[in-house]
Design a protein around this ligand. Structure first.
Ligand code: PLP
Length: 644
């Protein structure tokens, strides 16, 4: 790989502050991510104090045999988020003189990892922070992990008899478990099973609000949503509950307006509407006690503080204040006692704690081969023309020169297709054309105003940095719904980044790429990165990936889960840390197992063919042994690109 010296002038002006600005660290990093004076990116689990260099974590993990790609979980940062959510609600409740409590639950579906759930429960235990589950497997996690009887378990999602019975048995153990009715048919099932088991249920109703959500996940609410009860259904459900003599069991009203709600106005409207339902149920004689506002509390992925889909125009405090204030004022005017407030905030709790580290392992570039541009009388006409344009013999302005080159490039393509141009000349024509494009882009690089046609050209000419990871495994929402995640080199941030790049992954799928990047003003289609150096790794961090990405990722191309380390701050050292747990990513043998192959039988199939080849003298016995050894060794190794 060729390395180019940096534009000296540009580099002299660059400093870590410039990186800070360019990569938006101040905006989305929110005191958790900063650059130190050596240009290394640090994570601050507690905000402000005690940073850890991410490069140090990567090196420590590598020394323990964990190759990249690597998921790093900063467990102390996770704790910080749990505490902040609970403390914020408590403070706001106090400030507003609100008569109820905050009884948050963590929605397991946002990150089911045992180490994540355990950390959350431990950090949340002083606040009686509970769990939310939406399926039978998640209920199994919730029941066993939930030891604090003062905290709640909320059951959402579609429920069959087994789900309901298990939850009821949990109630019998002294846990407070709410079965939230998503569908009318669940009411009769709950009544039937509670009679059968002789256990009183705790019932919540999920209401389909007419306040529509906003953002990528807006379809979770509104009248066409797949979950929840319409107002006639709420009346019907409550009637049936009353008739079954379970009037005292209906205590909770729930709604969920969708994840990542970008606009605070939506939250305000939804809390008012839901509180109205709550008050009406109370007035109908049900001993209502809890209002559950579901998820939706956003994460400001691009740091723009706007109502863009990847952002939010409010803070956690503003969210809490608006919820508390609106619930209170609606209850006051209805003269109903205020409820305890539950939120099921998932994304906001877990997104920040997890970082994906990948290494750039190659570069695909249109400018990697310098065209030979000596004048040659033997040149065919089209090449002569292009060379003259390159040398700017006609003294055109940069844009004119580019337009001329576009025309000649088209001509060259036609000539080649018709058989009038040889491959060597086509190669030269393309290379000259790209060089002219590159020079045009360089000319405009630092100009404030750029011609619009350059946007597309910039994309075409951008280098593709090949990164050792799979978008489908690690950043599924980027592929599926163009969700943005901040991406930043974790080192060299004191150097000017001089390459316009896109990222491509190592899957054999053209969709396996990242070509939209966070920017506080707009979405960037290219990211400025550093020139690769020979014999020096270049690491990129993808940030705020702790919510949903872990479990939604798939096995496309059979890459599977990546290596993972869990990092804790060292108590008695200023910037010390240690890796407590580490989890190996899937080996090739394991991913093959998911598609019904079995490593041992594959090895047998190989052995049979090797024996055959040996017998027929196509290979020597020693070679046969070596081939089989290589095969079995590779089965045990990791699926991603490996240095070993
Ligand atoms: C997904 C989900 C959540 C979590 O939403 P976040 O936006 O991640 O906070 C909460 N409650 C329900 C019912 C959900 O389906």
């Amino acid at each position: 790989m060729k390395t180019k010296p940096l534009d000296a002038e540009q580099n002299a002006q660059w400093n870590t502050e410039a990186s800070n600005h360019y990569y938006g660290l101040k905006h989305w990093g929110r005191d958790h991510f900063r650059i130190d004076t050596d240009g290394l990116l640090e994570v601050y689990p507690f905000r402000g104090s005690r940073g850890i260099r991410i490069l140090d974590i990567v090196e420590e993990a590598k020394s323990k045999g964990f190759e990249l790609p690597l998921t790093i979980r900063i467990q102390d940062l996770l704790r910080t988020r749990v505490k902040e959510l609970n403390a914020t609600f408590r403070e706001v409740i106090e400030e507003e003189g609100y008569g109820g409590a905050y009884r948050g639950v963590f929605p397991i579906k946002v990150n089911q990892m045992r180490e994540v759930i355990e950390e959350i429960l431990e950090a949340g235990s002083p606040y009686d922070y509970g769990l939310e589950c939406g399926s039978k497997p998640e209920l199994m996690i919730a029941l066993a992990q939930h030891e604090n009887l003062n905290s709640l378990i909320i059951c959402n999602g579609y429920k069959d008899d087994a789900f309901i019975s298990m939850a009821l048995l949990g109630n019998r153990m002294g846990k407070t478990i709410f079965l939230v009715v998503e569908q009318l048919s669940e009411v009769s099932r709950i009544i039937k099973l509670s009679k059968k088991l002789g256990i009183k249920p705790k019932i919540g109703l999920r209401v389909k609000l007419s306040t529509a959500g906003e953002g990528k996940w807006a379809k979770s609410s509104g009248e066409e949503a797949k979950f929840g009860l319409t107002s006639p259904e709420i009346i019907d459900a409550s009637k049936r509950i009353k008739e079954a003599g379970l009037e005292d069991c209906l205590q909770l009203l729930h709604f969920h307006i969708g994840s990542q709600v970008p606009n605070i106005q939506t939250i305000k409207r939804a809390s008012v509407e839901a509180t109205r339902f709550y008050c009406e149920l109370e007035k109908m004689g049900f001993p209502m006690q809890y209002l559950d506002l579901g998820g939706g509390l956003g994460v400001d992925y691009d740091g723009s503080r706007s109502n863009d889909e990847s952002s939010m125009n409010y803070t956690m405090r503003e969210y809490a204040r608006d919820v508390v204030y609106n619930v209170k004022s609606v209850c006051e005017s209805a003269q109903v006692k205020v409820p305890d407030i539950i939120t099921e905030s998932g994304r906001a709790v877990v997104a920040a704690h997890s970082i994906l580290i990948t290494e750039v392992c190659d570069k695909i570039s249109k400018n990697s081969i310098e065209p030979e541009i000596i004048k040659d009388s033997q040149d065919v006409a089209i090449i002569k023309d292009l060379k003259s344009i390159l040398a700017n013999e006609f003294k055109s302005n940069p844009l004119e020169r580019y337009h001329d080159a576009v025309q000649k490039k088209e001509e060259a393509d036609n000539l080649f297709n018709l058989g009038y141009l040889q491959l060597k000349d086509k190669g030269l024509a393309d290379a000259i054309y790209w060089k002219i494009c590159k020079e045009l882009l360089d000319y405009y690089r630092h100009k404030k105003i750029k011609p619009e046609e350059l946007d597309k050209l910039q994309l075409i000419m951008a280098d593709q940095y090949v990164c050792n990871f799979s978008v489908f495994q690690s950043l599924i929402d980027h592929w599926a719904c163009n969700q943005l995640f901040p991406i930043v080199p974790i080192h060299r941030l004191d150097e000017a980044p001089s390459v316009d790049a896109l990222l491509v992954d190592i899957t054999c799928d053209s969709e396996g790429k990242v070509d939209s990047f966070v920017d506080t003003e707009d979405v960037r289609s290219i990211l400025r990165l550093h020139e690769l150096k020979e014999n020096e790794a270049y690491y990129l961090g993808v940030f705020l990936v702790g919510a949903y990405q872990d479990i939604m990722g798939d096995l496309h191309n059979l890459f599977g889960r990546v290596n993972e380390v869990h990092v804790f701050l060292e108590d008695d050292e200023e910037d010390g840390f240690y890796i407590e747990d580490s989890i190996r990513g899937f080996s090739i043998n394991e991913v093959l197992g998911f598609t019904q192959y079995d490593g041992a039988s594959l090895t047998r199939q190989m052995k049979k063919q090797i024996d055959e080849a040996t017998k027929k003298d196509r290979i020597k016995p020693r070679e046969g042994v070596r081939i089989l050894e290589a095969y079995t060794k590779l089965l045990k190794s990791q699926t991603y690109l490996s240095e070993q």
